[in-house]
Ligand binder design. Structure first.
Ligand code: ARG
Length: 458
C-alpha cells in the first residue's frame, strides 16, 4: 500500500478501507492522460523557474520511460497504488530519485484528475464522432442505391403511404447528423483546462495556466478554480449525447429486427451478423441488433448515475466524484462498440426490394392518392375519403389491392373515376409526386443526397 499522504497518519489504513477508497482498478485507463498532463505541468514549472531545466529534463525523461514501459507491457500498473496519479509519481521517484519528488509542486490530485478525465473524454468525443461518420457513409451509400426502392411507410405500425428505402434511411441520416453536431457542441464547450486550479483555490506559485492549456491543446484555462476541480458537466453532456445515439441505434435496431422477421422479410441480415439456435436448426436470429437495443439501458444508466452523484455535492472536490469513472468508461466502450457493430451489420445487410414493393402495393398505401384523384376532379375531400373508404372495404372483402379493381368496380362507387386512375395510384406516381422538400419523391430525395454528400466530404 503506497500512499502519497502518509505523513499525517500514525496508523495504516484498514485493508478494506484501502480497497474501498482506491480507484487504481479503473482509473489506470487514464495513464496516458495523466503522464501527458504531468509533462505539460513540468514544462510550465521550468518555464516559470520553479524547477530547473535539468530537473525538468530528468522528469520528462522519467515520464517518457514510464509511458513507454506501460505501453510495452514491461511495467504493470498494480493495485499496490491507490490511484493512477500515485502510480505515476511513485514510479517516477523510483526511477529518477529526488527530482521526481518535485513533480507535484503547485498541483493537487483534484486538478490532476479533473484534467485527466477531461483529456480522456475529449479524445473519446472525437473517436465517437469518427465512428458516426463511418456509419453515415454506409447509410448514404445505401440511400444512393435506393431512391427508387418503394416500401410502405408506417404510422402506428400500420401501412400508411408508400415511401422509398432512401427516404426511410434518410431519417436516420438526420438523427446521426444531429448526434455529431451535439458532440461538436460539447467539444467546443469542454475544451478548457482545469490544470493550475490546485486543490480548489489555485496556488501561490506563479503558474502560467495559459501555457499549460496551450500545451495540452485547450482553448485556455478554466476561469474559476473551484469550478475547475468540481465540474463534470462535459461528462454529463457526453453521456447525454451517447444516450441519444443509443436511442437512435435502438430504434433502428427495432426496425431491422421487424424487417428481418419471417413476417416482413424486408431484409436479410448477413450470416456474419446473425446467430443460430442451439435447439431449433432453422433459426437465424438478429442477436446483434437485439444486443445493441438491449445495451441502450446501460448508457442511460451511466447518465442517470452521474447526474445523481453530482446532485447535492457541495463545492469543491468531494470523493463522490471518483464515481464519475467506471460507468462512464463502460458507456464509452458500449456506445463505440455498438456504432461499430451496427455499421458492419448495416453494410452487409441485403434489402429484399421485391418484398418491400409488394408489401407497399398490398396495404392500401395509395388510398390517400385515390382520394386526392377525386379531389382533383372536383369532389370535396370528405366525400372522396368516404368513397375510397368504401372501395377499400370492397377490396379487402375480395382480397384485392386497389390497383386490381376493374374500372367498372370503381365506377360503381363513383362515376368520377376514369381509366387514368390506375396511373394516378401506381406506387411510382404516389412516391414521385411527393416533391416537397424533405419528401420521398426521387427528385426531392436526390437534392437531399447532394447535400448529404457534401456534408460528408468535410
Ligand atoms: N481517485 C480520485 C478521483 O478519481 C482522484 C482525486 C483524489 N483527490 C483527493 N483529494 N482524494 O476523483
Amino acid at each position: 500500500m503506497a500512499q502519497l499522504w502518509g505523513g499525517r497518519f500514525t496508523k495504516e489504513t484498514d485493508r478494506l478501507v484501502y480497497r474501498f477508497n482506491a480507484s487504481i482498478a479503473f482509473d489506470q485507463r487514464l495513464y496516458r492522460e495523466d503522464i501527458e498532463g504531468s509533462m505539460a505541468h513540468v514544462r510550465m514549472l521550468a518555464k516559470q523557474n520553479i524547477l530547473t531545466e535539468a530537473e525538468r529534463d530528468q522528469i520528462l525523461q522519467g515520464l517518457e520511460g514510464i509511458l513507454k514501459d506501460v505501453e510495452e507491457g514491461t511495467l504493470g500498473i498494480t493495485d499496490q497504488y491507490e490511484d493512477i496519479h500515485s502510480f505515476v509519481e511513485a514510479s517516477l521517484i523510483e526511477r529518477i530519485g529526488e527530482a521526481g519528488k518535485k513533480l507535484h509542486t503547485g498541483r493537487s490530485r483534484n486538478d490532476q484528475v479533473a484534467l485527466d478525465m477531461r483529456l480522456y473524454t475529449r479524445k473519446e468525443v472525437l473517436e465517437t464522432d469518427a465512428l458516426l461518420k463511418k456509419l453515415l457513409e454506409v447509410l448514404l451509400r445505401i440511400m444512393e442505391e435506393n431512391t427508387e426502392t418503394i416500401m410502405p411507410g408506417f404510422t402506428h405500425l400500420q401501412k400508411a403511404q408508400p415511401i422509398t428505402l432512401a427516404h426511410h434511411l434518410g431519417a436516420y441520416f438526420e438523427m446521426f447528423r444531429r448526434d455529431r453536431s451535439r458532440l461538436a457542441d460539447l467539444h467546443e464547450r469542454m475544451n478548457v483546462c482545469p490544470l493550475g486550479a490546485g486543490a480548489l483555490a489555485g496556488t501561490t506559485y506563479p503558474l502560467d495556466r495559459e501555457y499549460t492549456a496551450e500545451l495540452l491543446g485547450f482553448d485556455g484555462p478554466m476561469s474559476n478554480s473551484m469550478d475547475a476541480v468540481s465540474d463534470r458537466d462535459y461528462l454529463v453532456e457526453y453521456l447525454s449525447a451517447a444516450s441519444t445515439i443509443m436511442m437512435h441505434l435502438s430504434r433502428f435496431c427495432e426496425e431491422i429486427i421487424l424487417w428481418n422477421s419471417n413476417e416482413y422479410r424486408f431484409v436479410e441480415i448477413d450470416d456474419a451478423y446473425s446467430t443460430g439456435s442451439s435447439i431449433m436448426p432453422q433459426k437465424k436470429n438478429p442477436d446483434i441488433a437485439e444486443l445493441v437495443r438491449g445495451k441502450t439501458g446501460r448508457v442511460y444508466g451511466a447518465l442517470i448515475s452521474l447526474l445523481t452523484t453530482l446532485k447535492g455535492l457541495p463545492l469543491a472536490y468531494n470523493k463522490d466524484m471518483q464515481e464519475d469513472k467506471e460507468q462512464a468508461f463502460d458507456a464509452i466502450d458500449t456506445v463505440k462498440g455498438c456504432i461499430t457493430l451496427f455499421t458492419g451489420m448495416l453494410d452487409t445487410m441485403v434489402f429484399q426490394k421485391e418484398r418491400m414493393n409488394d408489401s407497399a402495393r398490398h396495404g392500401f398505401t395509395n388510398a390517400t392518392d385515390a382520394a386526392d384523384y377525386l379531389v382533383n376532379r372536383g369532389v370535396p375531400f370528405r366525400d372522396a375519403h368516404g368513397i375510397v373508404g368504401k372501395l377499400v372495404l370492397y377490396a379487402i372483402d375480395r382480397n384485392k389491392a386497389l390497383d386490381d379493381l376493374s374500372l367498372e368496380e370503381y365506377r360503381a362507387v363513383s362515376p368520377v373515376f376514369e381509366a387514368d386512375i390506375y396511373e394516378a395510384i401506381s406506387m411510382e406516381t404516389c412516391v414521385n409526386k411527393r416533391l416537397t422538400a424533405g419528401a420521398p419523391g426521387k427528385e426531392a430525395m436526390e437534392k437531399a443526397i447532394v447535400v448529404y454528400r457534401e456534408y460528408l466530404r468535410t
